[in-house]
Design a protein around this ligand. Sequence first.
Ligand code: 7TS
Length: 420
Amino acid sequence: MSTPLENLSRRPFDVQAVRGDFPILARPLPNGAKLAYLDNGATAQKPQAVIDKLRAIYETCTANVHRGIHQLGDRVTVELEAAREKIRQFLNAAEAAEIVFTSGTTMSINLVAHAWGRKFLKPGDEILLNEMEHHANLVPWQQTAKATGAKMRFIPLTTDGRLDASHFDRLITSKTKLVAVTAMSNVLGTINPIRELALRAKQVGAVILVDGAQSVPHMPTDVRDPAIDFLAFSGHKLYGPTGIGVLYGRRELLEAMDPFLCGGNMINEVHLESSTWGELPAKFEAGTIPITEAIGLGAAIDYVQSIGFEAIHTQESRLLERALRLLPQQPGVTVYGPTAKHRGSIVSFTVEKVHPHDLADLLDQKGVAVRAGHHCTMPLHDWLDVPATARASFAFYNTEAEVDTLIDSIHFARHKFRLE
Ligand code: 7TS
C-alpha cells in the first residue's frame, strides 16, 4: 500500500516501504520476471501519490486555466499556480514568474536557443559547450550558431570523463556569451562544476544555462547559489508525469526575450497586424499547457521532498558504489566515467563481444531494464570510441539486490554468447 502524501513527511528511509509507494515495482513483467528497473535516467517510475493526484484533478476539476469565470476553472488555476510555487521553492527561485512550464528539458533548451540565442547572439560571439552534452543541449545550439554566426567551442574532457578545468581560462573569455552545460552527464554520471562555471561565466558577462535533466532528481538545486541564468529539467525524470518540464529563467533575461511560441494565453493585446506580450510567465506559455501534468509535477516534488535528498543521496551512493565495485570485476566488462566522488548514480559499460543492444535484450529476459545505445550523446560515444554502451541508472527505490541481479544477468548474457 502506498502512503498518503500527508503522512509522508520526515519518515525514516526504508527502501522496502518506499518501493511500496510505486505500484509498478511489484508487478511481474509480461514474461513473468521480477522487474529490476535500472533505466531511471530515461524516465523514472511514478509514486501512487502522483498517480492519485492526476486522477483527482481529472475527476474533480477538469477545466482550462486562467480563463475562469467558473468554479472548476478557478480551482484548477489555484492548483496549477500552487504547483508553480512549489517548483519555485524547490529551486529557490526568486519569484514564481520565473518558472515557465514547458514540455520538458528539450523544449526548455529550444526555447532559450530561439528566444534568447537568436535575438542576442551575433557573429564572433561564442557558445561554450562540451562533448558530454545530450543532443538536446547541443543540436539547438548548432542551429542557433548557424542562424546567428556565433561560434561553438568545446571544453575538452579528461580521460576519466570530466570537464578539463585547465582549459577554462583559455575558453571562457570576453567572446563567450553563453556557457551551456549539463549538471550531470546522462552517460558517464559526471557531476560538473556548475559553481565554478557560473562564477567564471559571470566574470566575463556570459549567460549560463544548466541542463538539470539528470541532476534535479538526485540532488538539491538552488538557482541562486550559485546564481545561474537558465535551468532546464523534465518532470518525468523527477517521478512526475511525462509531457511537462520547466524552464527557470532569471526575470531580467526572460523579459528581454521575445516569445518562442505564439498564440493564446501569451498575449496582452492583439490587433490584426501586431500584438503585445503577456506578463511572465504567460509570455512563454502559449496555448493550453499540460495543466494536469504540471499539477502532477507539484505532487512529485512533494513526494521527493518527503523522502529528502539526504536519504536519496545515501541510498543512491550505496547502489553506485556497489555497481562501480562489482561491474569492473566481471570478465569483459569495461565501465566508463569518473570515480564515485565525481558522479551521480549512472553507470555506463560495455561487455566485450556482446553488443549493448543484445546485452539489454538478454538482461530484459531476466527482468533487468537498462538502456543501450548512444543515449542521445553521439559525440560523447565518438570520444569514448565505442558506438554504444549499456547503461544502468539508479533511483532511491532501487536495491543492492537489484545491482546483484544486474551482475548475475550479465553472466547469463555472456553464457548465452558462449563466453563462459
Ligand atoms: N538532457 C539530458 C542530460 C538528458 O539526460 C535528457 C534525456 C535530456 C536532456 C532530454 O530530456 P527530455 O525529457 O526533454 O527528453 N535523457 C534521456 C536518457 O538519457 N535516456 O532517455 C532520455
